[in-house]
Unconditional design. Structure first.
Length: 194
C-alpha cells in the first residue's frame, strides 16, 4: 500500500512540475521600436493627447483574440507589457509626434475613443476609433473636428505579427489625425476623406 501511495505522490509531483514548466509568458507591445533613420524625430512634439478610451472587453492584461465562430478568448501566455489603454496611448502619442507637421501642434488637443480593437490571429488586426481634434480660443476662433477611422491590417500567423498589425493600424490612425490638423487651423469643420 505504501509503495502504491509513494508512486501516486511521485506521479502527482511530476504532473505539478510539468505544469510549472509550461509555455513561458510572452509579453507584447504596441509601442514601435525607435526608427533607425531621422535621429531625434521621436523627440518632436505632437498635439496634446488628452484621453484614449478602449472597450472593456479587450482591456485585459492578456491578449483577447476573436475566434472564427465569433467568440473571444483570453490567452494566458500572451500578455501586453502594460495595460492595453496605456499601450495604445503611448504608441499613438509617439506616432503623432513623428507625423505631426512642425508648429501645427500649438494648442491642439486630441481625444480618441477606440470602439473596436479586434485581433484575429493569422488574419487581421482591426482598429475602429472615433477621434476629435480641437483648439480652444475665443468663441469665434474655437475649432473642432470629429472623425471616424476604421483600419484593418492583414497579419501573418503568430501573436507578435498580430501586435505588429496593431502597431501599423495605430501608425495609420496617427497619420489620418495629423492630416486633419491643417483643416482645423484653416477653419474646416468637417472631416476630410482619409
Amino acid at each position: 500500500m505504501r509503495v502504491r501511495m509513494a508512486r501516486q505522490l511521485m506521479a502527482l509531483g511530476a504532473a505539478l512540475l510539468a505544469a510549472c514548466s509550461s509555455t513561458p509568458t510572452q509579453y507584447l507591445t504596441l509601442v514601435p521600436a525607435a526608427p533607425q533613420s531621422a535621429p531625434g524625430s521621436a523627440n518632436a512634439l505632437g498635439p496634446a493627447l488628452l484621453t484614449v478610451t478602449i472597450p472593456s472587453q479587450v482591456d485585459q492584461p492578456q491578449l483577447a483574440v476573436r475566434r472564427s465562430d465569433g467568440s473571444m478568448v483570453l490567452l494566458e501566455t500572451e500578455r501586453w507589457i502594460a495595460p492595453l489603454g496605456d499601450e495604445i496611448r503611448s504608441a499613438l502619442a509617439l506616432d503623432l509626434a513623428r507625423q505631426w507637421v512642425p508648429d501645427s501642434a500649438d494648442g491642439v488637443r486630441v481625444t480618441v475613443d477606440v470602439q473596436r480593437f479586434d485581433s484575429v490571429p493569422g488574419q487581421y488586426a482591426l482598429l475602429d476609433a472615433v477621434w476629435t481634434l480641437s483648439v480652444n480660443g475665443p468663441a469665434a476662433q474655437a475649432q473642432r473636428i470629429s472623425c471616424r477611422s476604421s483600419i484593418r491590417i492583414a497579419v501573418s500567423a503568430g501573436y507578435p505579427a498580430l501586435a505588429k498589425g496593431h502597431q501599423a493600424a495605430l501608425e495609420q490612425l496617427a497619420g489620418e489625425i495629423a492630416k486633419q490638423a491643417p483643416r482645423l487651423r484653416s477653419g474646416g469643420g468637417a472631416c476630410a476623406a482619409a
